[in-house]
Design a protein around this ligand. Sequence first.
Ligand SMILES: *Cc1c(COP(=O)(O)O)cnc(C)c1O
Length: 370
Amino acid sequence: MAHQWLGLLNEYADRLPLVEGDPVVTLREGGTPLVYARAISERVGAEVWIKVEGANPTGSFKDRGMTMAVSKIAATDTEMIACASTGNTSASAAAYAVAAGLRSVVVLPAGKIAAGKIAQAVMHGAQLIQVDGNFDDSLRIVRALTEAYPVALVNSVNPYRLQGQKTAAFEIVDALGDAPDIHVLPVGNAGNISAYWMGFNEYAGRAVASTMENSYQRLEPVATKVPMMWGVQAAGAAPFVAGAPIANPETLATAIRIGAPASWDYAVAARDDSKGQITSVTDEQILEAQQILAAEVGIFVEPASAASVAGLLQAAQAHQVPEEARIVCTVTGNGLKDTKTALAGLGAGDDVEAEVVRADVDAVAAVLGL
Ligand SMILES: *Cc1c(COP(=O)(O)O)cnc(C)c1O
């Protein structure tokens, strides 16, 4: 009988900080495809696999952290979860609030909210509050709400989120039989690179700085090694490349448009301890990688996700990719989240152009060259 993946809290229960009596709030996240990418392998002269995180329930890896964080929140008498995001965090938070039977609120600066960005949160019943102030004001209010009311914050400083996210590294090792030589992923707030590094180390039986004290490192090692961590930022939002926060980050890859990453120290440790690197790529390189993934591999990702592949292609051009290396690129979110940018990248507008042909099978066949 086919086995249904039970969600990462159930599948990796022995390595996550759930305790007896905690509810498991799950939409069966995780267990995402790891796909061999021949087209990219040939381009870089190595063995390249793609970890498809857009296959999670709300279309991004944020669900891994949210199932963990919201399960812990649901164990308390909190009534509502709150965040100050328009992106994948708000979509995921709103969905897991539904699954937990909690209310959710998204607090944002007043101004125009692009419907596309917030559509998921709205569909999942999140309450939207626009405050007369900037993003920092929104975050300050959300924090203050959590101090005075039964409201919990699910932004990226919630330590449980990275614990959930580390399971992506477990899945990769479980699928490949050992850790890859190199792991490549986009870096924004830098939570994900920190979480993967925790996961790879834990599976190799190595101690590493973690968001939480844990005893899981006492379990038998599953991997014999850890990969080099290669983080990739957008050129207009590359504080790790600059070595300092950036005041006005700019990139069309909105999910990584972050100037002052929350998980700075963990990410620097991941980069340095793994003998890895954090590089940057331009928006043009990101769009090109997005198109290669869609047209040559069959995976449609959102722009931020394509940064990993763009960074790998750039490293290959600079002859930095060891021959025959086994490489995994994480693509973090689903392309359906932002079709506008993708089509604009192809030079197409909102209306996709197609040739108009007489309604006749022979005419259509002729145009197709059949
Ligand atoms: C959140 C997010 C990122 C950035 O991850 P960090 O943990 O902030 O570095 C990248 N891509 C997508 C699609 C995201 O949703």
